[in-house]
Ligand binder design. Structure first.
Ligand SMILES: Cc1cc2nc3c(=O)[nH]c(=O)nc-3n(C[C@H](O)[C@H](O)[C@H](O)COP(=O)(O)OP(=O)(O)OC[C@H]3O[C@@H](n4cnc5c(N)ncnc54)[C@H](O)[C@@H]3O)c2cc1C
Length: 380
């Protein structure tokens, strides 16, 4: 290990959604980063501006067959989630059988890339398909009880000496100025502010936009639960796919709740739920699996905003000077970003967090050198 990597670096992370929490944990696991998370919303909060608690969330990759980078993020995360399903009840991750149903079989259907990753992948025989479905695939996957998983990540972060602080910052510059432990300055800042990146000064990313998702959370009778808890589904109307128009999905959580969805409404910020949409979701789910949902009780309906981004997730890191008024003693630091995960923030979370750490580590040598040069210049 080089000398620069032996030093402990102070990191301020903006955001306590699944992206910020996963990045914090990945840094703490390295052993040479001290981590402080700063966020308006923290685990257990519920707010339309805090996406992570609203997710289903299950692992179903939509990475294109050629998108090797995204496949890598999803694969790393899948492997870690299956480890948690096998070994860590605190995490709220469980196995279940995925079903993708197409009302009309897509022309030139190609098996998804994850056929080689997930166990038990197969095409569903016609006689096993529900009424109205022409084609389907099935596979073994995992679901994450989103609020429980966030608390689990928070617990690990605190156990490893990380800090969470509630605060709202207007800019990257303000994030850099928040004192780290014992008043020292941050060496690294990481922006995991999701949709907040649209308005954050120093970022103002206008590629970001919300994709609203309305969901209904239900319970089924006790005698149905053993079967329902193993069943997850996505159902597509003709020509639709994840990311477009009307989708129907079912994602059970390990606490007995089942998340039913949903909608994909680009640019819609509406917090209040539509009764009509709730009814439509219930109707579509019931039509797909009456055996599981005919006696379901609605607990609540809610809506979340997926942090969507034209061009995909932003994962970058660079050495920067944010304040040009600092004269001869500038705060040179690494500025990293990990945001814009749209509808796959959970299923790519660990891969993206690891990639962000890798990006940061690649800048450390440059940071040490730039600081040394600045010190030399100040003496001249
Ligand atoms: C209905 C629905 C279903 C979904 N289903 C799935 C699924 O099945 N699988 C899956 O993988 N994903 C799913 N997702 C997507 C997933 O929820 C998101 O991709 C993920 O939660 C994004 O997390 P994040 O940490 O990037 O953002 P967020 O959770 O929004 O966190 C952003 C953080 O930044 C903080 N912040 C922002 N701006 C500031 C500021 N200026 N100052 C201080 N703090 C700030 C916020 O307070 C918050 O702590 C779903 C989403 C929805 C809405």
């Amino acid at each position: 290990m080089s000398t620069s990597l032996k030093k402990t670096f102070n990191v301020n992370i903006l955001g306590a959604g699944v992206s910020g929490l996963s990045t914090a944990l990945a840094l703490l696991e390295k052993g040479n980063f001290s981590v402080k998370i700063i966020a308006t919303h923290l685990p257990t909060d519920l707010d339309i501006d805090y996406t992570s608690p609203w997710a289903g969330a299950h692992w179903r990759s939509y990475a294109d067959i050629a998108d090797v980078a995204q496949q890598e993020m999803d694969t790393v995360t899948f492997k870690r989630l299956t480890y948690l399903a096998d070994n860590e009840p605190r995490a709220g991750v469980m196995y279940l059988t995925g079903h993708d149903y197409w009302e009309v079989k897509p022309k030139n259907f190609e098996d998804p890339w994850f056929k080689r990753l997930l166990k038990n992948y197969r095409h569903i025989p016609k006689e096993e398909l529900p009424p109205g479905i022409e084609f389907g695939i099935t596979y073994t996957t995992v679901s994450v009880n989103a609020p429980k998983y966030m608390l689990y990540l928070q617990e690990l972060i605190l156990e490893k000496g990380g800090i969470l602080e509630r605060d709202t910052v207007p800019s990257l510059k303000a994030l850099a100025q928040i004192p780290h432990r014992n008043g020292v300055k941050a060496d690294i800042i990481v922006n995991c502010s999701g949709l907040g990146s649209r308005n954050l000064q120093g970022v103002h990313d206008h590629q970001m936009f919300p994709t609203r998702g309305q969901i209904v959370i239900v319970k089924v009778p006790d005698e149905v639960w053993p079967k329902a808890k193993q069943f997850t589904m996505e159902r597509y109307t003709e020509g639709s796919a994840m990311g477009t128009g009307t989708i129907t999905y079912v994602i059970p959580r390990d606490n007995g709740e089942i998340v039913l969805g949903g909608t994909m409404e680009h640019w819609n910020y509406q917090e209040s739920v539509s009764e009509e949409t709730t009814k439509a979701i219930m109707k579509r789910v019931l039509a797909s699996r009456p055996d599981l949902f005919s006696k379901a009780t609605i607990l609540r309906s809610c809506a979340g905003l997926r942090p969507n981004r034209r061009g995909g997730v932003r994962m970058t890191a660079a050495v920067e000077q944010l304040d040009w008024n600092e004269g001869w003693n500038p705060q040179l630091l690494i500025v990293a970003h990990n945001y814009g995960h749209a509808g796959f923030g959970y299923q790519a979370s660990i891969g993206c967090a690891n990639k962000t750490v890798e990006n940061i580590e690649q800048c450390i040598g440059e940071l040490v050198e730039a600081r040394q040069q600045a010190r030399t210049m100040a003496k001249l």
